[in-house]
Design a protein around this ligand. Sequence first.
Ligand code: TUI
Length: 326
Amino acid sequence: MKEDISGLLGVRYPVIQGAMAWIADSNLASAVSNGGGLGIIAAGNADAAFVREEIRKTRTLTDRPFGVNVMLMSPHTEAVMEMLCQEKVAVVTTGAGNPGKYMAALKAAGIKVIPVIASVALAVRLARGGADAIVAEGTEAGGHVGEITTMALVPQVADAVDIPVVAAGGIADGRGIAAAFMLGARGVQIGTRFLVAEECTVSRPYKEMILKAKDTDTVATGRSTGHPVRVLKNKMTREILSLEAKDISPEDFELRMAGTLRAAVKDGDVAYGSVMSGQIAGLVRKEQKAAEIIEELFREAGEIYESRAVICGAGRPVSGHGERAL
Ligand code: TUI
């Protein structure tokens, strides 16, 4: 089996913390890095000065590597990228677009570039363009999502590129990690489970809603605009989905949604705010320190991995399958 991404990233465990705009700050990123994963600061729509400040705070909280995620639809992308090259962060992940035009500058600054993508075509293009690894994010993920499931996307991307693939979307325990590796991934990106880390500063009502969520509680808003965003269902999603069914214009949609993520994250308005969450929230049941989450994830994954011989009748038969009296 090929090496996992921990060597590439200089971390103990092959896990990247998902970038969550307004949420993934120096507190969460440093806690994840101190716990042996790769912490990520989400730049979201913030300007370069704000993100630089978060990088500097993180450097006071951890000596370990961490990264910054650039949301490519942000109006500040150009300036944020320039600042990241000056700060020489260890890793840049990107989302919601094609980072191709920034690749050369980031690489020249010695930064590892790991784009998050939702299709094989873009993965292939970015691998050819010099990406160090690629995050293949399935539609189970929270926030801005593509259409393909993690189960279908990861093996197709793994076959199409010769750089390490990191699976994202729908992973919140050791079973998910083991499954991702079986699909050809060499690392995982996890967001929703870290939302309830003790060090995560998201509002109390947001955390409680994640802890109480069940499997069917997420929905994608914004399909009518071509930018679907997965969130927990609430009063806002009921209203906006009915407006989308009545052909609200993309401009009116954007106006209606402006500020809704901030409202949920900072003000705790989980009725009318955007409570971004992956479909796996139903599995996230307790608040823990980030380091405890990481230890538990990889202890579970290791146990499953060691018992893998039971799969497909290769070892002990599983309830009547794989062995017949002849
Ligand atoms: O980027 C994410 N997840 C995000 S970004 C975000 S902030 C936001 N808030 C409101 C509306 C929209 C965004 C919240 N969650 N995940 C990575 C991701 N990237 N998922 C899908 C994509 C993607 C989609 C299209 C990547 C590339 C792409 O291609 C565009 C192109 O130019 O080919």
